[in-house]
Design a protein around this ligand. Structure first.
Ligand code: F6R
Length: 364
């Protein structure tokens, strides 16, 4: 049941800390602070490229995975949504690793993309929540997300579990490629192991998130902004809002604003931004300044280190614990999903069963 929560989605949001912890238990050795992968039928050190594909939220998880693989493992990555990847006929390099990401393991497009990658001699590593699914049977390796059953149609905890697995996979790949020494690995794994406690602290911000929701619920259109690994977090926020509250939302890489979307800005289009104090913080702030100067109302997710700068420009903010840049997208996703949930509750939509949607999309 819902354990006293109003909806399965609310219950599953509250499972984020648990699910991140359970997934880490499978993927890291806490004593040595090293990532442990199952045996792979290929050598990670010799993989020339990665190709990532998925649908919906799982695709946004893949986008964050790309940042990690590029950043720490220096591995070139191709990425596309599965419905495009399966018909794109990209010139892939044999022996590359294919990362297929799916909660259900039954999504028709992702499964078809898996089969087409296999035909091109790509090693199939699937990141799956349902470990007895069709995709699981057709993969070379399954990396399980230990999220438990996800009932709410809108994905929440499975997403952070996917990110946790992808972060660990990026660390293992970086090590295999000689890009990460023992100390650096310990440092990143420590940041991951710290996450369940930090994630639990996000729920102290529920009132601040509800205050943001009061603004969003009045809007017809909402812009979500982020840069770098926060751009897919913005995309996830916009998708979740559309999905369950039926409010139109669009995510933009904050630096793209002045190439078009800035003309949308006025008091009626709130701007939700994800801006923790990372390497792109100042860049993001200056994009937000530009939006504010044009009458934009800023609702900003930041962290304790960024709070002072953000408070100078934001109408409302949510302040999260400061964590290592590498794991920040995992933490920042939680309040962004919570915002969509609170807006939907205020609108009175059918949160767990949004119109026109099914939990698993088994037709093309
Ligand atoms: C978003 C959502 C969908 C799924 C997508 C992929 O909240 O639930 O976008 O993420 O349909 O589904 P799976 O992960 O089962 O392949």
């Amino acid at each position: 049941g819902k354990d006293g929560y109003r909806h399965y989605m609310e219950k599953e949001l509250h499972e984020h800390p648990l699910v991140i912890g359970q997934t880490l238990q499978r993927m890291v050795d806490p004593a040595s602070r090293r990532v442990i992968l199952p045996d792979l039928p290929f050598n990670l050190a010799e993989v020339p490229r990665a190709v990532i594909t998925a649908c919906g939220s799982a695709f946004f998880a893949g986008m964050i995975g790309r940042y990690w693989l590029e950043e720490i493992a220096r591995l070139p990555v191709d990425i596309d949504v599965a419905s495009e990847m399966r018909y794109r006929n990209p010139p892939l390099t044999e022996g590359s690793v294919g990362l297929l990401i799916s909660q259900s393991g039954e999504t028709a497009d992702t499964l078809a993309a898996l089969r087409s990658l296999r035909q091109k001699a790509i090693h199939i590593v699937s990141v799956l929540n349902v470990e007895h699914s069709t995709m699981a049977r057709e993969s070379d390796v399954v990396l399980g997300t230990v999220a438990g059953p996800e009932i709410s149609v809108a994905s929440t905890k499975a997403f952070t579990a996917q990110l946790t697995v992808l972060a660990c996979f990026a660390i293992a790949t970086a090590r295999a490629r000689g890009k990460l020494d023992v100390l650096a690995e310990e440092h990143l794994v420590s940041a991951l192991l710290d996450l369940p406690s930090r994630a639990a602290e996000v729920f102290n911000q529920t009132d601040a998130i509800r205050a943001m929701a009061q603004v969003v619920v009045e809007a017809r259109d909402v812009l979500y902004l982020g840069r770098g690994s926060m751009f897919p977090v913005a995309m996830e926020g916009a998708l979740k809002l559309k999905e369950i509250s039926y409010i139109h939302a669009e995510a933009y890489a904050a630096g793209e604003m002045k190439h078009g979307p800035i003309s949308l800005i006025d008091r009626t289009v709130p701007i939700v931004a994800t801006a923790p104090s990372n390497a792109l913080f100042e860049k993001t702030l200056s994009n937000l300044q530009e939006a504010k100067a044009r009458g934009g109302r800023l609702l900003v997710f930041t962290d304790t280190k960024g709070a002072e700068r953000v408070s100078a420009i934001a109408e409302q903010m949510v302040v999260l614990p400061h964590v290592h840049d590498f794991v920040a997208p995992i933490l920042q996703t939680i309040p962004v999903q919570m915002l969509a949930y609170e807006v939907a509750v205020m609108k009175g939509t059918d949160v767990d069963q949004p119109r026109n949607l099914a939990k698993s999309v088994t037709v093309e």
